[in-house]
Design a protein around this ligand. Structure first.
Ligand code: GDP
Ligand code: MG
Length: 472
């Protein structure tokens, strides 16, 4: 016999269970029902009870302070910080991060892991427009080079307040107010706000456009030298005048800051800020299953109408950009297809595959290129559509992937291009530029790298060859 008291408890328990289950499903529906208005068909509602297990688990750590390394190659003052605020696309952000690390080293400050933002063309920003740093860089690797703290640790150590600003340009009070709101820190911008002034460095200097500085320790200290503990470095990007040297050879076992040349130090920073391991693993899988570990040529076609061509529609653009814009706006899929086929014929090795990477918005144009190439040669063209089909079958239950799939797709395509036999880049793109850094002779034999070229130059050469043939 069940007593009425036990019956009441049982009913209460069942009711609680129902309410909990409903709210769990509801919460997950929100999480998984990520609406993606792209050309590919994602599973509408990912089934979190799917039988297939996600092949790559535990990609993101809840707490990045676990990466606090007592013994990195370069030890820095753990009481003084520098927090960058990155901007524009992922590769601009990566360059901004690298420059901040360089400045941090020269100023002897610990890096604060910044926020990383999704690209403005990425429509997966319903939940948040930020993305985990672990999707952008291999944090394990970076921890081997320098010490860093999380934004939370920084807020705690600095009592939520910034006390020095290392400027890269002129900022107005409203800019600081926005930074303060996004970062949830105080940036005192004058007596009116908190009574304490966060000093702007370089002190008492104005600039028309950007503060630029050479990479020497003396110059950087002249710009930003201060004993203030909690420094903020908004919008770093190409302020540091340094030659980017590809990292090659085995990793350093030690770095002596007093003797390391500036370029070698920057090169080490490039080496230790690589794409994350899960991105490498997924691209390796694509290379083996779709490209059959065969030689393949890759093309980065960056010039999409929505984003890249935006700068062509501005008024008063510099002459070099106008020229590049004119060259791009003139092109038809046929020109690109011809360039690809000509390039493949110029290479001694047998190439059967071509990977075309491009912003998703350009997929119609890329599809036309694909059809022309495949109808006129032996080549099989692979694009993000093939990647998505593979991911839909293999990674359906990896919610970490689908939440940030556009961003991760772009990084995966970078790695695919980095590993190709020959890479055709788009000049004026940091995406292409960073792929070039990844194509070191450690990864691709030097004699292959000689064949790498720029798509606009290649198209011009092909046109010239055709004209010369007509004349002769
Ligand atoms: N999937 C994919 N996205 C790309 C590609 N090229 C550009 N994008 C998109 O455009 C953004 C490029 O921004 P950024 O990294 O700043 O490079 P940049 O604008 O070319 O200098 C990326 O974040 C992607 O959203 C590509 O080849 N594949
Ligand atoms: Mg960009």
């Amino acid at each position: 016999m069940i007593s009425s008291a036990s019956l009441r408890s049982l009913t209460f328990f069942l009711l609680t269970l129902v309410v909990f289950t409903c709210s769990f499903i509801n919460r997950h529906e929100k999480l998984f029902n990520v609406e993606i208005q792209t050309n590919f068909q994602l599973p509408k509602r990912l089934n979190f009870l799917t039988k297939n297990q996600c092949p790559i688990k535990d990609v993101l750590h809840k707490d990045l302070s676990v990466f606090y390394n007592k013994n990195p190659l370069i030890n820095l003052n753990r009481r003084r910080y520098i927090l960058p605020y990155l901007r524009n696309g992922p590769n601009n952000q990566l360059i901004g991060l690298r420059e901040t690390i360089y400045v941090a080293i020269r100023l002897n400050r610990t890096l604060v892991l910044p926020l990383f933002f999704k690209h403005s063309s990425d429509n997966q920003t319903q939940l948040t427009n930020t993305i985990s740093s672990e999707h952008r860089i291999d944090i394990h690797e970076m921890a081997q080079l320098i010490p860093f703290v999380t934004l939370d640790q920084f807020r705690q150590s600095c009592n939520g307040q910034i006390d020095a600003v290392f400027r890269t340009r002129e900022f107005e009070v409203k800019d600081y107010e926005r930074f303060a709101e996004v970062l949830n820190v105080k940036i005192p911008t004058g007596d009116g706000i908190s009574g304490k002034h966060a000093t702007e460095y370089p002190i008492n200097q104005k600039t028309e456009r950007f503060f630029m500085f050479p990479p020497t320790k003396q110059e950087i200290n002249k710009m930003f030298g201060t004993t203030a503990l909690c420094a903020f470095h908004p919008y770093p990007f190409r302020n540091l005048r340094i030659k980017e040297v590809k990292p090659i050879g085995p990793p350093p076992t030690q770095i002596d800051l007093s003797s390391a040349p500036d370029e070698a130090l920057y090169s080490a920073i490039i080496r230790y800020t690589k794409l994350p391991r899960h991105v490498k693993r997924m691209s390796a899988e694509i290379i083996s299953t779709i490209l059959h570990d065969d030689f393949y040529l890759s093309l980065h076609w960056r010039f999409d109408h929505i984003d890249w061509q935006k700068r062509c529609r501005q008024t008063n653009i510099p002459a070099a950009r106008r020229e590049r814009c004119n060259a791009v706006l003139d092109l038809e899929p046929d020109n690109i297809a011809q360039a690809i086929v000509t390039k493949v014929n110029d290479i001694n090795d047998v190439i059967n595959y071509v990977y075309i990477a491009s912003p998703i918005a350009e997929s119609g144009f890329v599809q036309e290129v694909r059809n022309i190439v495949e109808n006129n040669s032996h080549l099989k063209v692979v694009t993000y559509l093939d990647v998505m089909s593979l991911w839909k079958t293999r990674y359906e239950s990896c919610d970490w992937l689908w939440r940030d799939v556009n961003d991760l797709l772009s990084s995966t395509e970078m790695e695919i291009c980095a590993r190709s036999r020959t890479f055709i880049r788009s000049t004026a793109s940091t995406w292409s530029g960073n792929v070039l850094h990844m194509r070191t002779s450690d990864v691709i034999p030097q004699e292959y790298l000689r064949h790498d070229t720029d798509i606009l130059n290649l198209i011009q050469t092909v046109r010239k060859q055709k004209n010369d043939k007509k004349i002769s």
